[in-house]
Write a protein that binds this ligand. Structure first.
Ligand code: NAP
Length: 441
């Protein structure tokens, strides 16, 4: 994961796998290799979140010890066990596990079992690895997960609740010396996981709850962009874009003016080493305005694309709060930039020190750039005009965004017109089937 921080900023999606959409009862998770290490920790974590667990291992007494401990720790949850040696499994073993879970509302399969236990030592030269060890390693790390998943998949797919298949890989997958065969099994597991995810994209190719296959060029067509399906979406699209365009044009004009004042400073300093042009108040406010333009474009640009590609996404209260906070910050940033920028340009001028007035005037004429009095700078004035319009549109966008979030909480994302047409008088997501299909963020 290139952005590990995202795990801490975004809420976990795990909860959506833990209840049956039909009756809200707890679901079951099958975790292979769950009598120790990562598998046992995952069993505790999922049980704490409210899931029932099927523990898998190769040692019956160790399995029963883990089951008793979990039952004592989580008395409201249910626990079952299945025993199979994954490094020497048979088709009958797979059938036995499948039969154990077939009548349960299973929504999570964690293929965790694996490692180097079939080897006489964790790290060894490849030429010392015996054929028996190689076969057992492949059985444990790749063949068992593949065969088990193939048998379990129809059970995961038979209900409307979302399902999760989690394969525990390893950083060794690109190839690690003295663990070459183990690396090969994890490389195979990695490739199989990606292939399976693409094949089962309707349940797996979802990043942070947003299905990437919904990002389609066709959604920019007039007939889709401007349809009346979603509450005030057309108005939001227009107002968001006005906010973005005016703020970005303002920061671009300001950047052009800023760059000329920086060049002026450098020119005078080079020509007359003791002389300094004091125009940092303009450079500072124009720099702040660049940040404001980028910020507004990021927030309302994201809102635009999220509404275009995923208008029916389901967002957690934390994500909705983040939208609200970010939009209010956009108002504060644009207002403060507009006030300070207007004051500086209207009332302030650059000036030169470190040389006599005659030399300063000669150097400024020689440079031939921006006037010292900021209000005589056409680009600076135009930048401010665009900023004020962008600021008004940012306030309007914030109002629309807040209103749309409240509307979604009460009626869902659809417009009144679409709800009446579809005969929906209730909030659309109260239908469990619809709720289960909506990607959640
Ligand atoms: N720990 C790491 O640093 C690390 C790093 C990268 C990847 N991984 C991967 O993470 C997963 C879990 O690793 P871990 O470190 O948590 O392992 P662990 O502490 O050794 O636990 C492995 C679990 O799998 C069971 N198991 C081992 N061989 C089995 C077999 N032949 N048949 C049935 N059950 C078997 C063990 O049962 P017993 O209690 O009977 O032994 C135990 O419950 C593995 O896929 C591993 O490749 C681990």
């Amino acid at each position: 994961m290139p952005l590990p921080l995202i795990h801490y900023l975004y809420p976990s999606n795990l909860s959506k796998y833990l209840r049956q959409s039909e009756n809200d009862a707890p679901t079951w998770a099958l975790i292979t290799g769950s009598t120790d290490g990562i598998g046992l920790a995952l069993a505790h974590r999922l049980a704490a979140l409210g899931s029932n667990i099927i523990l898998h291992g190769r040692n019956t007494s160790k399995l029963h010890r883990c089951q008793s401990h979990l039952e004592a720790t989580f008395p409201t949850q249910s626990f079952l066990t299945v025993t199979t040696d994954a490094s020497s499994f048979t088709p009958e073993d797979i059938a036995h596990i499948t039969a154990t879970v077939s009548s349960l509302p299973l929504t999570i399969l964690i293929n965790n079992v694996g490692g180097t236990s079939p080897l006489s030592s964790n790290f060894k030269h490849f030429e010392d690895t015996t054929p028996k060890e190689i076969s057992a390693l492949f059985a444990l790390n790749i063949l068992f997960p593949i065969h088990l998943t193939q048998a379990i998949l129809p059970i995961l797919q038979r209900h409307t609740s979302p399902s999760l298949i989690l394969n525990i890989g390893s950083q060794s997958w690109p190839g690690m010396p003295y663990a070459a065969t183990y690396s090969a099994t994890k490389g195979a597991l990695h490739a199989w996981s990606r292939g399976l995810a693409a094949e089962l994209h309707h349940i797996m190719a979802v990043i942070w709850g947003l299905d990437l296959k919904d990002m389609q060029w066709g959604k920019f067509k007039n007939s889709y962009m401007w349809n009346r399906e979603y509450h005030q979406r057309r108005t939001r699209f227009i107002v968001y874009q006005i906010a973005m365009i005016f703020c970005v044009v303002s920061e671009s004009l300001g950047t052009a003016a800023l760059s000329d004042y920086v060049d002026q400073q450098n020119f005078v300093a080079v020509k007359s080493p003791g002389a300094t042009v004091h125009n940092n108040n303009f450079v500072g406010i124009a720099s702040y305005n660049i940040f404001v333009g980028v910020y507004v474009a990021t927030i309302f640009g994201s809102a635009f694309f999220f509404d275009l590609f995923w208008p029916e996404r389901s967002e957690s209260p934390a994500v909705k709060l983040a939208w609200r906070i970010c939009s209010v910050l956009a108002c504060m940033f644009t207002l403060s930039a507009a006030l300070a920028y207007t004051y500086i340009v209207a009332a302030k001028s650059a000036y030169v020190t470190g040389t006599d007035a005659g030399t300063a005037t000669r150097l400024l004429i020689e440079y031939g750039g921006s006037p010292l009095r900021y209000r005589e700078n056409g680009r600076a004035v135009a930048s401010i005009v665009f900023l004020w319009i962008g600021m008004v549109a940012t306030f309007a966008s914030t109002g629309l965004l807040w209103h749309s979030l409240s509307h979604i909480d009460t009626h869902g994302p659809k417009s009144t017109h679409a709800r009446v047409r579809d005969g929906l008088t209730e909030k659309p997501t109260s239908n469990p089937e619809v709720a289960s299909q909506a990607p959640s963020v």
